[in-house]
Design a protein. Structure first.
Length: 160
């Protein structure tokens, strides 16, 4: 449900039906996102179909999760926010990758499910990853329209 709400918000924002600069809108979306991540962290340990994975895979999953968490938090700190960033950020994490927060989300989804050997959760995680890729595409379109050639040049020098 939270994925549907967040994706609806992105589509409404793109269609200019909702103003992301309104604090109440941002707070609602932020709360929805928090609920989505909290539910993910709860879902994996409670997965009804768990695999007993070798320790190396189990701990590799945890490592992937930590890397994802570090990327997402690092991007958030660098941006100093989640919405309404008023300039093209091309330094720090963003000097190497265009979407470190989204990449972080994807890694922590995969890593947490692998860590728990959570079969149903990893399948559900692919739906979340699909949504994240969709959000990224919308954001790319927006950034291209806002920053034009500067963004096109930035794309050539960064990964994902």
């Amino acid at each position: 449900m939270t994925l549907i709400i967040r994706t609806s918000y992105e589509l409404l924002k793109k269609a200019e039906k909702v103003n992301p600069k309104r604090k109440i809108v941002f707070m609602i979306v932020f709360i929805i996102m928090c609920l989505m991540w909290i539910s993910w962290f709860s879902l994996c340990p409670l997965d009804p179909f768990r695999l007993s994975l070798p320790k190396i895979i189990h701990w590799t999953g945890f490592g992937i999760f930590i890397i994802g968490l570090a990327l997402a938090i690092g991007a958030f700190v660098q941006l100093r926010g989640l919405e309404n960033i008023d300039h093209l950020v091309t330094t720090g994490l963003f000097s190497k990758m265009r979407h470190p927060m989204y990449i972080g989300f994807i890694l922590w989804i995969l890593g947490w499910a692998i860590y728990h050997g959570a079969v149903v959760s990893i399948m559900a995680g692919f739906i979340g990853i699909g949504n994240i890729i969709f959000w990224r595409r919308i954001e790319e379109e927006n950034l291209k329209s806002l920053y034009g050639k500067a963004y096109e040049d930035y794309i050539k020098n960064t990964w994902c």
